[in-house]
Design a protein around this ligand. Structure first.
Ligand SMILES: *Cc1c(COP(=O)(O)O)cnc(C)c1O
Ligand code: SF4
Length: 365
């Protein structure tokens, strides 16, 4: 944290700073708040207000303290400060690029593989990532209580013996308090054929104080549990974030990382190498590097697929095999996550069916 950053908040103190609920209460959700806290106005001004009414903004004080407002290309600001390009129309971009809404046997439960399902347990996040491929959900209110939303999902999984893994996602499942999270985990864990649970959460990166001793005790009881998070830039690997990951690991839970390849954030070999090495140093396993999907509101983050392939070729030479993620494109529907590198014939054929996913794909031949 930059020195005494907490003093920029009315009830800021070093004690409150460590309280995840305080961090959520004091998030910057409007431009005036952002300007006041960062002591400098973000680019864009007025048009951004309209943008926020469509794609809300929220940034935790913790994540704000990592931004460099003097650098207009700051890779952390780019991930959380609204940008007018989110509203620009671009052919080929859709609200639901993976066709998730069509793969829901019951509301909020996505099944794209026979053996594992993904539960959207909430639409809320601690910090809204501007590159989020589920940003269509941000404005949608959650209908009914957690219990009433959960019941049909749990019933579906109980009645579907082929499902052996349940992924809690969102939104960010760690937005719930410990008791609710315990309830969600045990509802799925008590189904006899569910062998493995997984949590996808960006809390270690944007709200590391959420990883409390009590939370880790709950997680520990539900092993085998796998924890996937999302570091996209080496500057996010702070001592606080490292400690959060370490606590989860000490509970016997492996922590893996899913990055998104983002223009201007991590699309250079130097930055990506430093990110991967940094993750290896904190024992977090790089799992996936996602090619940025054609989601509406995210067009300006997308890179050329050839750039991604060249990047992987460089990383192969420069990084430990333990630090090398799979570079994948998530394709709509049942196709699922397709490894892009090394590029094989069958993969090329699969990709050809989805040319609209990539710019300049023809030139790959
Ligand atoms: C990504 C995803 C999974 C998990 O895929 P893995 O390759 O096992 O990490 C499962 N279900 C859905 C709907 C997904 O999007
Ligand atoms: S934490 Fe995940 S779901 Fe939430 S905004 Fe970021 S990418 Fe989207």
């Amino acid at each position: 944290m930059r020195k005494k950053f907490f003093s920029r908040f009315p009830d800021g103190s070093s004690r409150n700073w460590q309280d995840w609920r305080w961090q959520l209460r004091r998030r910057a959700t409007s431009l005036p708040a952002l300007t006041r806290i960062l002591e400098t106005p973000p680019r864009g001004g007025k048009p951004l207000e309209r943008l926020i009414s469509r794609y809300p903004m929220a940034v935790t004080p913790y994540y704000l303290s990592l931004l460099n407002p003097d650098d207009e290309n700051d890779p952390l600001s780019v991930q959380c400060v609204p940008d007018f390009r989110e509203l620009s129309f671009s052919a080929g971009l859709t609200d639901d690029p993976l066709g998730e809404d069509l793969s829901m046997p019951v509301p909020n439960l996505i099944q794209r593989y026979p053996d594992r399902v993904l539960a959207i347990v909430t639409h809320r996040c601690a910090t809204y990532c501007r590159h989020c491929n589920r940003k269509r959900f941000w404005r949608v209110p959650e209908a009914g209580s957690l219990k009433s939303r959960l019941a049909p999902m749990v019933r579906f999984v109980s009645e579907t013996p082929r499902v052996r893994e349940v992924i809690l996602s969102g939104g960010d499942p760690l937005m719930f308090d410990d008791a609710s999270l315990e309830m969600i985990l045990s509802s799925f864990a008590s189904i006899p054929h569910v062998e493995v649970l997984r949590i996808g959460s960006r809390a270690p990166v944007v709200l590391p104080m959420r990883i409390t001793g009590n939370l880790c005790r709950i997680l520990k009881r539900h092993r085998p549990l796998w924890f996937n998070t999302q570091f996209n830039h080496p500057a996010e690997i702070t001592p606080d974030a490292a400690r959060a990951c370490n606590r989860i690991q000490e509970a016997g839970i492996p922590v893996s990382n899913q990055s998104v390849l983002l223009q201007g954030v991590n699309d250079s070999p130097e930055v990506m190498q430093s990110l991967l090495n940094g993750l290896q140093k904190i024992s977090v396993r790089p799992y996936y590097l996602f090619h940025c999907e054609p989601a509406r509101g995210c067009g300006h983050f997308r890179t050329d697929i050839r750039k991604g392939l060249k990047l992987m070729e460089k990383l192969r030479q420069r990084c430990s095999g333990l630090a090398l993620p799979q570079y994948v494109a998530d394709l709509p529907g049942q196709e699922g996550k397709v490894p892009l590198w090394p590029l094989s014939r069958p993969i090329q054929n699969a990709l050809r069916k989805h040319q609209d996913f990539f710019d300049n794909f023809e030139e790959l031949d």
